[in-house]
Ligand binder design. Structure first.
Ligand code: FSO
Ligand code: SF4
Length: 542
């Protein structure tokens, strides 16, 4: 196997024996084959676009297939066998439609024509031939850019899938996914074209994130500042992890009146701020921290656990029977709830002891998404003008296991008292429970939401820039980002598309970016690796 799509890749180079994430070589090969098969769909869909053919079922499938290959989503080989089979069926059905509409259905040998083997072993063997390094003759910089586009598309597909679940879709998003994937097969394209396509991925992702924002806020209302208990309430308990708001709502509905308290885990924390979710009396609090601490935290949770999206890790035996997956998440041997009837998890929660007494704990504030922040925009602008607020830091992104991620904790601790920290995604667990106080009533630590809410952060930055009649790069705002998986890659591409400069990125730079590609990013965007908290603060604040 060879995989280097995430930040924790082995030795900062690539996972070759088994994934640091726990991905087995068979699953890696099956994921590679599924991406190959989806590129085949993309080639056909690009022809379809020319003759006005687009199939909603294919669009949904393509996003689900791509999202399944994102880091820490699905580790179950059986599910990939099914997905590969379905991919080829969708491809052939789409070919027929394209042909019927007068389009071309003649494709060169490759993803658009391949026939899947009849069993898992055969598919694994096929997958091993189509991996990232399959063709050693490809120029490393071109390979780097192609992979950058594929990983960007993985993040984009994830956001598009989340948006579609809440009824929000746009043809332009699917069209780009197909254009970008098909382009990675095109030997006539050079570095400039690929850089353009990578930035276009970022541009299209802004649309996908806008759709997701519309889905979230349209369905559940605009988040409002909300205090969330980190302790627990005596009683039976279900913990909901991942990013899917609809799954959480479904679980809240299905547990109503059953004497079960529902807790959020990881990226579900910001859900407490949504009016249509917080209205449930048994939606109690938040348990645990970021994804990489789940083995320890889940082992100590006295109820059932539901994983709605990434990030799942190998469950320990002690809680293997308590954890359930739904949606695209999978782990071999873990009960999967495909039909959104969460009865198995509810029954498990009822059978487990739950919290036998109230557990006291701190509270944290959530709900500072764009609507809430813009609601206090006049005070914020005034505070900047009268120099009560000197600078804003967006310290956001993914968390992970590397010791170097202490940087983000230290950074926030050292941010001077006349500065405000905006945060989003699971990287916040490095500092989310710190009491940073306020500046004239404006909290110094503002939780914008999930990584899925990056659109909200961008809107806040744009609104500030408009208020000060300057560009985002001229604002007293610095972005200190942490990345782990491919949703972070596409958000970065969106920021680059917007022309945002001087981003600090850590804890390490992507292994799939070659020195030449990095050079292009540095020259155009002055993107830089994080240094020391003290040194970076000094450099930014002067
Ligand atoms: Fe974290 Fe995992 Fe939200 Fe990522 S839970 S690391 S960017 O998958 O999705 O922030
Ligand atoms: Fe390695 Fe990350 Fe790929 Fe997992 S997703 S195999 S940790 S590079």
């Amino acid at each position: 196997m060879f995989c280097f799509q995430c930040e924790q890749t082995a030795k900062g180079e690539g996972c070759t024996k088994i994934g640091v994430c726990g991905k087995q070589p068979e699953v890696a090969a099956l994921q590679d084959l599924l991406i190959h098969a989806t590129k085949g769909i993309a080639q056909v869909a690009v022809e379809g676009t020319k003759v006005g053919v687009s199939d909603p079922a294919v669009n949904q499938f393509a996003c689900e297939a791509i999202f399944s290959t994102l880091t820490n989503v699905d580790f179950d080989p059986a599910r990939f066998v099914t997905l590969i089979d379905e991919a080829v069926k969708h491809r052939e059905a789409l070919k027929a439609k394209v042909q019927a509409a007068g389009g071309s259905a003649a494709f060169a040998d490759g993803p658009a024509t391949f026939t899947p083997a009849g069993d898992q072993a055969g598919l694994v063997a096929q997958g091993e031939k189509v991996g990232i390094q399959a063709d050693p003759s490809v120029n490393p910089d071109i390979r780097s850019l192609r992979e950058l586009i594929v990983y960007g598309i993985k993040g984009l597909a994830a956001y598009a899938d989340h948006a579609r679940i809440l009824g929000q879709e746009d043809e332009s998003v699917y069209a780009y996914i197909y254009e970008g994937l098909a382009a990675t097969l095109d030997d006539t394209l050079g570095a400039d074209e690929y850089v353009g396509l990578a930035l276009k991925c970022g541009e299209v992702n802004l649309k996908a994130m806008e759709l997701l924002d519309a889905g979230n806020t349209g369905t559940y209302g605009h988040p409002v500042p909300t205090a969330v208990p980190l302790g627990a309430k005596k009683g039976k308990a279900i913990l909901v992890s991942g990013h899917d708001l609809k799954d959480l709502e479904t679980i809240l509905k299905q547990t109503e009146g059953k004497g079960i308290n529902v807790y959020t885990h990881g990226e579900m924390l910001p859900c407490h701020g949504y009016p249509e979710l917080k209205k449930y009396g048994h939606f109690y609090g938040h348990y645990g921290t970021a994804w990489q601490n789940q083995a320890k935290e889940f082992a100590a949770f006295p109820g059932a656990i539901v994983m709605t999206t990434n990030c799942i890790q190998k469950p320990r035996e002690t809680y293997q029977d308590n954890i359930f997956t739904t949606g695209l998440v999978g782990w071999p041997g873990v009960t999967h709830i495909a039909d959104k009837d969460f009865t198995p998890a509810i029954e498990r929660a009822m059978a487990l002891p739950g919290f036998t007494k109230d557990v006291p704990g701190k509270q944290v504030m959530v709900g500072f998404a764009r609507n809430a922040v813009m609601g206090v925009a006049p005070q914020v602008i005034e505070a900047v003008k009268n120099k009560a607020i000197r600078h804003f830091f967006l310290v956001g992104g993914c968390d992970g296991a590397k010791p170097g991620r202490d940087y983000y904790t230290e950074f926030v601790e050292k941010v001077p008292e006349d500065c405000v920290v905006l945060t989003l995604a699971c990287g916040k667990f490095r500092f989310f429970d710190k009491d940073l106080g306020d500046i004239g009533g404006i909290p110094r630590l503002l939780d914008i939401g999930q990584c899925n809410d990056a659109h909200s952060a961008i809107q806040i930055a744009v609104a500030l820039a408009n208020a000060f009649e300057c560009g985002v790069n001229d604002l007293p705002l610095s972005m200190i980002l942490s990345w782990y998986e491919q949703k972070a890659c596409v958000i970065l591409l969106s920021l680059l598309h917007l022309g945002i400069k001087d981003i600090r990125l850590g804890p390490s730079l992507p292994a799939f970016i070659t020195p030449n590609v990095l050079d292009v990013l540095v020259k155009n965007f002055n993107i830089m690796p994080i240094g020391t908290a003290e040194g970076d603060l000094k450099a930014i604040l002067g």
